[in-house]
Design a protein around this ligand. Structure first.
Ligand code: AMP
Length: 223
C-alpha cells in the first residue's frame, strides 16, 4: 500500500529539508513543485517561461500550471509506493484537485510544520542552497561547497528582503486556509518546527505513524 504525504508550512519552515529526510528514510520520491519550477526556469522550458515572473515577485504561479505538473509527476511508476509533496498544494483549488486525483484521499497524511514568523524571516534571509543540486546548506554552514554534491552554495533569488515578506504574505493569504481545509481529517498532524531539525524529524516520524494507523496503512511502510 502506498504512503502518500503532504508537507505544509510557510516558507522557511523546513519543509524541503524534512521532506528530503523523510523521502530518503522511507524510499519514496520527494516531489517539490518549487524545485521542478526552478529547474524549468533554468532550462528555459515553456513552463519555466510561464512561471518565472511570478516566482521572481514571490507570488504563486497559476493553479493550472502546477496541478498539471503534479498530475504528470504522480503518474510516474516511482510514485506508486508513495510520495511526499513539498510545496504543493498551496491553494484550496490545488488541494481539491489533489483530492480528485487521489483514488483514496482518506489515506493522505498531512503534516503541518508550524514556526513563528520572526524565526521564518531570520532563516530565509540567511539560507544558502546549492546551485547544482538544490539542497539546503548544513545548519550553520556559511560557505561552499555543498556537502551532498560539492556544488556552489548561494542565496536563492527569492530569499531576499522584500520578496521574503511578499512570500510570507502570500502564504497567509492563499496557503494558510489549507490548514483548515485539512485539519478535521484524522490523518492531519501539526508539528513544532522551531525545534532543531533532528527533533522535528523525530516528531514527524512519530506523528506519521499515528496518522498512518488511523488511515489503515500498514505498519511495515512506516517503520
Ligand atoms: P518553494 O521552493 O516551494 O518556496 O517555491 C518557490 C516558488 O515557486 C514560489 O514562491 C511560487 O512562485 C512557486 N511555486 C512553488 N510551488 C507552487 C505551488 N504549489 N503553487 C503555486 N506556485 C508555486
Amino acid at each position: 500500500m502506498a504512503l502518500p504525504l503532504i508537507i505544509l508550512g510557510p516558507p522557511g519552515a523546513g519543509k524541503g529539508t524534512q521532506a528530503a529526510r523523510f523521502a530518503a528514510r522511507h524510499e519514496i520520491p520527494k516531489i517539490s513543485t518549487g524545485d521542478i519550477l526552478r529547474e524549468a526556469v533554468q532550462s528555459g522550458t515553456e513552463i519555466g517561461l510561464r512561471a518565472k515572473a511570478s516566482m521572481d515577485r514571490g507570488e504563486l504561479v497559476g493553479d493550472d500550471l502546477v496541478i498539471g505538473i503534479v498530475e504528470e509527476r504522480l503518474r510516474r511508476p516511482d510514485a506508486r509506493v508513495g510520495f511526499i509533496l513539498d510545496g504543493f498544494p498551496r491553494t484550496v483549488p490545488q488541494a481539491k484537485s489533489l483530492d480528485a486525483i487521489m483514488t483514496d484521499r482518506s489515506s493522505m497524511i498531512v503534516v503541518d510544520i508550524v514556526v513563528p514568523v520572526d524565526e521564518l524571516v531570520r532563516r530565509l534571509t540567511i539560507r544558502l542552497v546549492c546551485s547544482a543540486c538544490g539542497a539546503n546548506a548544513e545548519p550553520g554552514q556559511t560557505a561552499s561547497p555543498c556537502v551532498r554534491c560539492g556544488g556552489t552554495l548561494m542565496q536563492r533569488s527569492d530569499d531576499t528582503g522584500s520578496v521574503v515578506r511578499e512570500r510570507l504574505q502570500v502564504y497567509n493569504r492563499q496557503t494558510r486556509p489549507l490548514v483548515e481545509y485539512y485539519r478535521s481529517r484524522p490523518t492531519f498532524c501539526s508539528i513544532d518546527g522551531a525545534q532543531p531539525p533532528d527533533q522535528v524529524a523525530m516528531a514527524i516520524e512519530g506523528a506519521v505513524k499515528v496518522a498512518a494507523r488511523s488511515a489503515g496503512l500498514t505498519d511495515g511502510l512506516v517503520q
